[in-house]
Design a protein around this ligand. Structure first.
Ligand code: NDP
Length: 341
């Protein structure tokens, strides 16, 4: 069976591709925009003959996926749409964040409907960004669950790169659900909505430089000095990348069960202090990096909105990896790779 993964060189997507190929039950075709990243993934996958690259330079261009899907169409059993910008380092919110997210979703979904005539299931990587309502997120009496939606409008989204990102993910997911309904598609559809995703890179060689946006939070804190003062920083919840990859794969194994579901992937809270507490348990970092005020954020989860993903956990049926392990594994890999250099 063949799985088409858009944005296969991404942090989460590489884990998905690696697992699918390791299972030996799937062939993978992955879209990329950067050939250097693609070649290094091909070599990390040991030139696996079940893996093929498909270059799509700009997913936001009208009909961006049509040529590919005309070519691969009938052979595609599953589509995982993970490609979407996750960066705040941009100059134009509309062009750099919203367009690729929204148009990319529309382009791949329409191409899937037209040309992937044997498609069984479509999974879109959405985000907690499409669930959260920032206005009430600081209120501990609020509960966010699989049914919650970010109410932001385009006008809100255009205010800053951060609000642009959350809007881009919201509108991208809405695009998928509304097209699925409008086109009355005959395949299953699932959204995966993770909070901040942490954990090691799928391959050690990816841990040599600046990491993807979410893992950079961990790498930056590894570069602090003992005794240094650390600001509170961004707070929220985190989840492990290996669990997020599994959540993309399980709907392929049971399309009916996961059809029309949103999988809210959240494990436990994070803050700079929580990450530092975990990093300070890693041999090689203890006593070298900032300690902050150990355990000051142990009750952080009670200070903001609750995240209820009972339905998701029931559907998936596996234990989520503790965030402490995600952070420690991220750090251990970085230390190992640095030593080898
Ligand atoms: P990455 O930045 O590693 O992956 C993003 C992927 O999207 C990459 O394949 C990237 O290509 C591709 N991409 C980004 N912008 C464009 C564009 N303009 N045109 C075409 N492709 C593009 O991060 P993640 O793996 O974390 O992100 C994967 C998905 O997960 C995204 O949809 C993101 O929104 C979502 N997500 C991530 C979370 C996290 O904390 N990491 C949390 C919630 C959701 P390239 O490899 O060439 O850069």
């Amino acid at each position: 069976q063949t799985v088409y993964i858009s944005g296969v060189t991404g942090f989460i997507a590489q884990h998905i591709a690696k697992s699918l190929l390791e299972s030996k039950n799937f062939k993978v075709i992955g879209s990329v925009r950067d050939s250097a990243k693609a070649s290094s993934l091909v070599s990390n996958l040991n030139n696996n003959p079940d893996f093929e690259i498909d270059v799509i330079e700009n997913i936001a261009e009208p009909n961006a996926f049509d040529e590919s899907f005309k070519k691969y169409g009938k052979s595609i059993d599953f589509i995982l749409h993970t490609a979407s910008p996750f960066t705040f380092n941009i100059s134009d919110v509309q062009k750099d964040l919203i367009d690729p997210a929204k148009n990319g979703s529309e382009n791949i979904f329409k191409a899937a409907h037209l040309y992937a005539t044997n498609l069984k299931h479509f999974v879109v990587t959405s985000s907690f960004a499409a669930i959260v309502d920032r206005k009430i997120a600081g209120d501990p009496s609020t509960i966010f669950n699989e049914k919650s939606w970010n109410p932001n409008t385009l006008e809100d989204g255009l205010k800053s790169p951060a609000s642009g990102y959350t809007y881009s993910k919201t509108v991208a997911e809405q695009t998928i659900w509304s097209l699925a309904e409008k086109l009355n598609v005959g395949f299953g559809v699932t959204a995966v909505n993770p909070v901040l995703v942490l954990g090691p890179q799928a391959f050690d060689s990816n841990a040599t430089k600046t990491l993807n946006t979410s893992c950079e939070f961990v790498r930056k804190l590894m570069q602090t000095k003992f005794g240094e003062n650390i600001p509170d920083g961004l707070t929220g919840a985190a989840v492990d990348v290996r669990d997020v990859a599994k959540a993309h794969i399980m709907p392929l194994l049971d399309s009916q069960k996961f059809d029309k579901k949103r999988l809210f992937m959240t494990e436990s809270p994070f803050s700079n202090q929580i990450i530092l507490d975990s990093l300070n348990k890693v041999t090689g970092l203890q006593g070298q990096i900032a300690a902050g005020t150990p355990h000051k954020d142990d009750n952080l989860g009670n200070t903001f909105a609750k995240q209820d993903n009972t339905e998701t956990k029931k559907l998936l049926g596996f234990e989520f990896t503790p965030v402490e392990k995600s952070v420690m594994d991220t750090a251990v890999q970085i230390l190992k790779v640095q030593k080898e250099l």
